[in-house]
Design a protein around this ligand. Structure first.
Ligand code: PMT
Length: 397
């Protein structure tokens, strides 16, 4: 969340200036207050009227107001802001920033800025790759400016290369992560999260899997990151689109054994763990090296039990570490969940039942009961994001 954060948004003369409207909406939706400072070239691409309508503030562009000749104080803006974000930022503005060429209101504001500065470059891929641009970027980074990596391709061009301004949602995420890392109440926590299904190989083309999409686990990771925690996400095979974050490290695994290896390796350095993965309880005793042929009327597959990762981590748990498991039940839910809570040495278990509509696998919602040794808290049906926030709040209360 960017609640209450005051952001000076610098807009420069790039075709990507149109995306500034989406960016402003994104920042305001997350609770920020936005003040636009635009270069003369920026105004060729987007009108101040649009920008001031979106921000509900007059746009600052010239040193003096055209109406009454009053002076716009870049020094005041530098003191007012919690962050300055220049998006889109052209090669020219990057160069002026790096060399202190204060010939417009945006650069003077930058030079007076007391708050952290973020830059989202936007330019042709050759301009971005040019040694001058790269040198200017390095200079700015060495002075503490955060460069928000551009994406590949420019406009509809099929040429490969970086230069396209990062998407507004991603830019807002980077700012949010930066503040979470600095101010978040969980910034000293390292949370290990298992998520998604495991695939147990039968032969080179077949496996035993389950319906877990990883959505619940990813929502937990995002909720932790929003509060400043570092997350070690151990993720089974999914098709999730994961937004990178400096607070997130992902270990991709396939089988229950690989998840076990990763979890037991990473848990000792974690302050907490949440075991959300749907781990296979059985794995084929032998994996056929070649594709099994369709022969005879019946096929018998011999299975061995997998290792219980949550129980193993529960055994390793030190007093100061917190451990939360999940229970996915179809009947006698509460009884089974309580049994798992104590057998696996968990501090909390999150019960979801496949009897509840909108709960469990694949959907974007879940209906859970949070169970500890001393409390049972049923929650209504809500989004997986909200469920995750409730779990984190209870675990770190
Ligand atoms: O991924 P989604 O589509 O969003 O779906 C979310 C979910 C339904 C997968 C999730 O909410 C959930 O319920 N996860 C746990 C599923 C499960 O395997 O529950 P269980 O009751 O079988 O296992 C109990 C606990 O032991 C779980 O914390 C599980 O991760 C853990 N376990 C189980 C077996 C095993 N070999 N190792 C384990 O660590």
């Amino acid at each position: 969340m960017l609640k209450g954060k005051k952001i000076v948004l610098g807009i420069t003369g790039s075709i990507a200036a149109y995306k500034a409207c989406l960016l402003i909406r994104c920042l305001i939706k997350r609770g920020a207050e936005v003040q636009v400072v635009i270069t003369p070239a920026g105004k060729e691409f987007i009108t101040p009227v649009t920008l001031s309508a979106l921000t509900q503030k007059p746009v600052v562009s010239e040193f003096f107001s055209q109406k009454d000749g009053s002076w716009h104080s870049h020094v005041d803006l530098g003191l007012w802001a919690d962050a300055m974000l220049i998006a889109p930022c052209t090669a020219s503005t990057l160069g002026k920033m790096a060399h202190g060429i204060a010939d417009n209101m945006l650069i003077t504001t930058y030079l007076s800025m007391k708050a952290p500065v973020f830059v989202a470059p936007a330019m042709d891929l050759d301009m971005y790759a040019h040694a001058s641009t790269q040198d200017n970027i390095k200079l700015l980074q060495s002075r503490g400016v955060t460069i928000i990596e551009p994406g590949t391709g420019f406009l509809a061009s099929t040429l490969e290369g970086k230069g396209r301004m990062q998407e507004p949602e991603q830019i807002a995420n980077e700012l949010e992560n930066w503040f979470a890392q600095r101010d978040g109440d969980l910034k000293n926590q390292r949370v290990m999260i298992t998520a998604g299904p495991t695939f147990e190989k039968i032969d080179p083309v077949r496996f035993i899997g389950n319906h877990s999409s990883g959505k619940m686990g990813l929502a937990l990771a995002q909720a932790c990151i929003r509060r400043g925690a570092r997350v070690e996400l151990i993720l089974g095979p999914t098709s999730l689109d994961i937004t990178p974050s400096p607070l997130l490290h992902v270990t991709n695994v396939e089988s229950a054994q690989e998840m076990y290896d990763a979890a037991t390796r990473l848990f000792p350095d974690s302050t907490a763990a949440i075991m959300c993965a749907a781990v296979a309880d059985f794995t084929p005793a032998d994996v056929a090296e070649e594709k099994i042929k369709r022969e005879g009327n019946q096929m018998i597959l011999h299975l061995n039990p997998t290792r219980d990762i949550a129980a193993a981590v529960g055994k390793m748990k030190r007093n100061e570490q917190k451990l939360c498991g999940f229970a996915l039940e179809t009947h006698n839910a509460l009884e089974h969940a309580k049994e798992k809570l104590s057998r696996k040495n968990l501090d909390m278990i999150v019960l979801n039942s496949l009897q509840d509509k909108g709960a469990g696998f694949r959907v974007d919602t879940n209906k859970v009961t949070l169970i500890t040794a001393s409390s049972t808290t049923p929650l209504p049906l809500m989004s997986k994001q909200e469920v995750a926030e409730n779990i984190i709040a209870k675990l770190f209360a």
